[in-house]
Design a protein around this ligand. Structure first.
Ligand code: SAM
Ligand code: SF4
Length: 460
């Protein structure tokens, strides 16, 4: 929004400005988008300027201790803003809100609304209530459907949508990995009905979206509790048959639920991007079992080799944790060996931290902070070498990319991603945004590639 537009809108007495700040995963990004869609349809104007907002909405993450600390310090900083502008309404949603509930209102007296993870669809009504009554409240429903149906608000989209859009296909998780807070703050696994997902994708593609990212904590268990007999592979086929989606991705997959039927989709569905995020967490069977992951390291490796047989050029990424309680030097070496064996294209790595409700918080033999830090450094430097080497192998090749928008470095370049999820920056005109084009890779950096326009059109 330009400054002039901002002043015009501010001068309209009815318009209220909403600032949204999101911490955490893509599921939270999606929930924030839902909030923006809902409040936009109630006349709120989205702003990127927090200082001038009438409503600040924070969507929070508590999956790791560090993520939760970030939320607490951000909330602390809002105290001064509220003192200067008592009419400002501050809403906290997401996992920290669900985990702490009323305690968050007690700790931060400048908060107006604490909204649990199943309360998002009631945001407009709740906001109206607190604006009218000025009463602070915590809303933590047990079941989202009690107040409003999960899909009620998906019909109203903001005017501008990007090239890529996320679509949640399920919420919650039933896996109960022993380190994880998600099942406690997001609840039991619930899949959205297939026809609702198809309908949302149809609306998005009609508005110009080219790539859809399907989201869930464990997408490959999609459909388990639905009345209609369907699974995740069926969903992918139905999306291809019934929508105009150009590219399709999904995250996150659980290795134990990765079926041959799903692997085959990478070969059979041209719109399905050839990339997979498959968190392994550890290379040690002892640790995997104590994490309750439901597979061994060799079962994981077998799935990777099957996948590479079905789809040889698949891009692979993973999550790994170091310092799980009881992790010995030998356990850690097994994780290093697994990384060397698989050669992931990209890796997200974390230091284990105790989380409320998580079973492993009570486990003995905690790994000390120094050892965790050293293990993380070793693991990350190994992966940095692997990623850079694989990126260098791309130099000189010609790759098809979907152009997402301007490059983050805002150096006048555009950015796009290959099917394998590699980021490529190149010089090109803005008309190319949303197009699939070919680029020749000219150089490799640690997290991205540079390229030059080759020719337009994937099959030209
Ligand atoms: N459902 C996905 C899965 O199974 O991988 C994502 C779960 S979580 C939102 C994302 C990552 O955070 C996990 O894969 C794990 O590596 C990490 N994580 C979860 N709990 C953690 C904890 N207590 N300490 C450190 N890392 C954690
Ligand atoms: Fe957490 Fe495990 Fe569920 Fe992922 S699969 S959200 S790590 S419990």
């Amino acid at each position: 929004m330009t400054l002039i537009e901002h002043h015009i809108l501010k001068s309209i007495p009815e318009s209220r400005f909403l600032y949204v700040k999101t911490f955490g995963c893509q599921m939270n990004e999606y929930d924030s988008l839902r909030v923006q869609r809902i409040l936009h349809s109630h006349g709120y104007v989205i702003t990127s300027d927090m200082a001038s907002a009438d409503i600040i909405f924070l969507n929070t993450c508590s999956v790791r201790e560090k993520a939760e600390q970030k939320v607490h310090s951000f909330l602390g900083r809002l105290r001064c803003l509220k003192m200067r502008r008592p009419d400002l309404k501050i809403i906290v949603a997401g996992c920290v809100a669900q985990q702490l509930g009323k305690r968050l209102l007690e700790r931060f007296e400048h908060l107006d609304l604490v909204l649990g993870t199943k309360g998002i669809s009631a945001i407009a009504e709740l906001l109206q209530e607190i604006l009218e009554t000025n009463e602070r409240q915590a809303y933590l429903p047990e079941d989202e459907a009690l107040r409003l149906p999960l899909d009620q608000h998906f019909t109203s989209l903001p005017e501008t949508v990007g090239v890529v859009a996320p679509v949640t296909i399920m919420q919650g998780c039933d896996n109960y990995c022993t380190y994880c807070i998600v099942p406690y703050v997001r609840g039991r696994e619930r899949s959205r009905p297939l026809r609702h997902i198809i309908h949302e994708i149809q609306s998005l593609t009609a508005s110009g979206v080219r790539e859809i990212l399907l989201l869930g904590q464990n997408v490959n268990s999609y459909g388990r509790a639905l009345d209609e007999k369907t699974d995740f592979a069926d969903l992918l086929h139905r999306i291809r048959e019934e929508t105009d989606v150009h590219r399709l991705r999904f995250t996150t997959s659980h290795p134990k639920d990765l079926t041959m039927k799903l692997l085959q989709c990478f070969a059979d569905l041209p719109c399905l991007c050839r990339s997979l995020h498959l968190p392994v967490q550890s290379g040690s069977d002892t640790i995997l079992s104590r994490m309750n992951r439901g597979y061994t390291a060799s079962q994981y490796l077998d799935k990777i080799s099957l996948l590479r047989q079905v789809c040889p050029d698949i891009g692979l990424s993973s999550d790994v944790m170091v310092g799980f309680p009881g992790e010995t030097e030998d356990d850690f070496r097994q994780t290093i060996h697994l990384l060397e064996a698989v050669q992931f294209d990209n890796l997200f790595s974390f230091r284990y931290s105790d989380r409320p409700y998580a079973k492993s918080s009570d486990y003995l033999n905690k790994v000390d902070a120094q050892t965790k830090a050293e293990r993380l450094i070793e693991l990350q430097s190994l992966q940095a070498e692997i990623t850079l080497r694989k990126n260098r192998m791309e130099v000189g090749t010609i790759r098809e990319i979907l152009v997402d928008g301007p490059s983050r470095a805002s150096n006048g370049q555009l950015t796009g991603r290959t099917q394998q999820n590699r980021v490529i920056n190149f010089v090109g005109s803005k008309e190319l945004i949303g197009e699939t084009i070919c680029v020749k890779i000219t150089s490799a950096l640690s997290h991205s590639l540079k390229g030059e326009l080759w020719r337009q059109g994937a099959n030209s």
